[in-house]
Design a binder for this molecule. Structure first.
Ligand SMILES: [Fe+2]
Length: 306
């Protein structure tokens, strides 16, 4: 079966390689090991922010915009116009700062079309009422697989890459791909596939799809955890490097072997400590729950569900 969306993405990357590369500035949030990427067209200075973080202290319930403010400072200093606030998926390890960034910088908030599946799952888990729409309407745009868009003069395309969650999207922008939680650095491997709706087999297929992009494609990851023996964080690699040496999924590792490894490893992992706060905020597009009649906002803690 031919993969038309993947073919368009590859063509786009090969064409982009003949132009000045897109610029990427990454800010790393060490408490959640998350890399937020500001990506822009150097010619028009139009850009996007991929996977932002709202700082959150679970013990006190206090949020902070410290990290987001650093992004705002960068965008203003560089005189960028933000067209898009892109989420690769509904994160389970940090709260998104996208609504805060949008209020300050503009741009359209977007995620993959399948977010509605994730909203249905967690709408039930948290017993949200009818005030919680499960149609993705908290976002300005829902991307379909193969849908094109642009940052200034730089063409871009969304690829649906489910597995970590049902809704993951990789954004190919110019000569780079922002792959969210599919691949990590070659020495660290791949994302877990055991969250509700996750699927190791689907993850393998999504990763092989990304690995079919041109070898020189720059990959920007959502997380890095410093593999054993490495003393610094890295969140950029290439398709070629992943194919050659990703410890979980380099060329030659088949689907069944990957699924067996991934399933065994996932069974040993603790849940991310911010999963319950994160998902109930992120399925709302990063908005905190509405205030109660005393003006305070509350998160829910489902007991004995996970
Ligand atoms: Fe994730």
């Amino acid at each position: 079966m031919t993969d038309a969306a993947l073919g368009r993405a590859s063509d786009l990357i090969l064409a982009a390689a003949k132009r000045p590369p897109i610029r990427v500035e990454s800010l790393f949030d060490e408490p959640t090991f998350t890399a937020t990427h500001v990506v822009y067209d150097p010619a028009t200075r139009h850009g996007a922010i991929v996977d932002s973080v709202l700082n959150f202290d679970a013990a006190s319930g206090r949020t902070s915009t410290r990290g987001a403010d650093a992004i705002i400072d960068y965008v203003k200093r560089e005189s960028l116009t933000i067209d898009w606030l892109l989420e690769t998926h509904a994160h389970a390890d940090h709260l998104s700062a996208a609504p805060y960034l949008q209020a300050e910088l503009g741009g359209k908030l977007a995620i993959g079309r399948e977010i509605t599946t994730v909203q249905n799952v967690f709408g039930k888990v948290f017993n949200f009422g009818t005030e919680f729409a499960r149609d993705g309407s908290q976002f300005d745009h829902l991307f379909d697989d193969g849908e094109t868009f642009a940052l200034g003069d730089v063409p871009a395309i969304a690829l649906h890459v489910p597995g970590h969650t049902p809704a993951d999207v990789a954004y190919v922008i110019g000569d780079a791909a922002f792959v969210g939680d599919t691949l990590f650095m070659p020495d660290y491997g791949t994302a877990r596939a055991d969250f509700p709706g996750g699927d190791a087999r689907a993850l393998y297929r999504s990763i092989r799809r990304l690995m079919a992009l041109p070898g020189a494609t720059r990959l920007f990851l959502c997380h890095d955890y410093k593999a054993p023996g490495r003393d610094h964080y890295v969140w950029e690699t290439t398709v070629g490097a992943e194919r050659a040496s990703n410890i979980h999924v380099h060329d030659g590792i088949g689907e069944d072997a990957f699924v067996e490894m991934r399933t065994r490893r996932d069974a040993t992992l603790d849940l991310p400590h911010l999963i319950l706060p994160s998902v109930q905020v992120n399925v709302r597009g990063g908005r905190l729950p509405p205030p109660e009649d005393n003006g305070a906002r509350y998160l829910k803690l489902p007991l004995d569900v996970f």
